[in-house]
Structure formats: C-alpha cells, structure tokens
Design a protein around this ligand. Structure first.
Ligand SMILES: Cc1cc2nc3c(=O)[nH]c(=O)nc-3n(C[C@H](O)[C@H](O)[C@H](O)COP(=O)(O)O)c2cc1C
Length: 163
C-alpha cells in the first residue's frame, strides 16, 4: 500500500446508517466515518459527504439518527450505501418510525440513537455533525452479534460517488 493508504487501509470501522429529516424531506446513507468524540457530555460525530443527498437534508436537520447494523444485515447496508435518495425512496423498502424530533429510526437496527446536532465541522469533502444523544434503543437479543464493519461493506459501490 502506498502513502496514506498504508494507514487508512488498515482501518476497519463499524458501519452505521445515518438518517436525516428536515422540512418534510427524509434521507439516509451508510457511513463509515463516525466515532464517539466526547465522554462528558457523551457526544458522537458522523461525517457526511457533501455530494450525498443525506448531507443536503442534514444541513437543515435539528436531529440525526445513527444506527448500528449486525454483520448479517448487509442488504440494509447495500440499500443505504449503494443507492442514492436522489433516485430511490429507501424508506419504502424498510420498516421505520418517527422518534424524537421526527427523526427516522430503522426498526431492524441492532442499536440506535437520535442526536441533536450541536455543531458541524468542515473536514474537506465531508462535514462532521457533532451529536448530543437525546433518545436511544436497541434490538433485543442482538448485543452478542458481530457488527457490520467496513470489511463487510467495502465492495458496495457508493450510490453517490465522491467523484
Ligand atoms: C463502505 C462505504 C462507506 C461509506 N462511508 C460514507 C461516509 O462515511 N460518509 C458518507 O457521507 N457517505 C459514505 N458512503 C457513501 C454513501 O453511503 C452512498 O454514496 C449513499 O448512496 C449516499 O446516499 P444519499 O445520496 O441518499 O445520501 C459510504 C459508502 C460505502 C459503500
């Protein structure tokens, strides 16, 4: 591996699906750039690509929902990572419900939280949304299942490529 790929190519983060709801618009995409960024208060940051429809909706969203998937949920990752909301209504293909502040929460998520957007940070071609959790939940019986990671999802062709 050459250059910075020798570093980034060794990473295998847990994947999540981030959904955004604003002004009657709803969107969601698969995200690998995400991590806890504060302990007290507990905060989490998700990085959305500026080309994604989800980013455009998130810019006006007071809350985002973040979901963890288990390894056998690759089909869900393919729906949210391999298609763009510009041409597919992804929410027609999954069970979901409105939670805190109208955030869209996927029924099948292993674990999820809704976070209030406290700030956004321009990181380059992605923008970080710093989230203060306000509601959360988990699917019973899923806590001992391995999570879906980048290595499980890397062959999905992004629905909205950066280039
Ligand atoms: C393995 C993988 C990781 C991805 N990581 C991110 C990410 O961290 N942030 C992001 O905004 N998009 C990421 N994407 C791309 C979006 O999930 C994808 O382009 C999606 O189709 C965008 O949908 P939208 O246009 O409806 O928002 C990733 C895709 C894949 C396959």
């Amino acid at each position: 591996m050459a250059g910075m790929d020798a570093f980034t190519g060794r990473l295998d983060p847990d994947m999540c699906v981030v959904t955004a709801t604003a002004g009657g618009d709803r969107s969601g995409c698969l995200v690998g750039f995400a991590s806890q960024c504060s302990i007290r208060p507990v905060r989490f940051v998700v990085w959305l690509s500026k080309v994604n429809r989800t980013y455009r909706v998130a810019r006006n969203a007071p809350f985002l929902a973040v979901h963890l998937l288990t390894r056998e949920q690759r089909a869900l990752a393919e729906l949210f990572g391999g298609r763009t909301g510009d041409s597919t209504d992804k929410f027609r293909h999954v069970g979901w419900q409105e939670e805190h502040g109208g955030a869209a929460v996927l029924d099948d998520a292993a674990a999820w939280f809704v976070g209030a957007v406290v700030r956004d940070v321009d990181g380059g071609d992605h923008v970080g949304f710093v989230l203060d959790p306000v509601a959360w939940g988990e699917r019973e019986g899923s806590d001992d299942r391995p999570l879906l990671r980048l290595g499980d999802a890397v062959t999905i062709a992004p629905g909205h490529p950066v280039d």
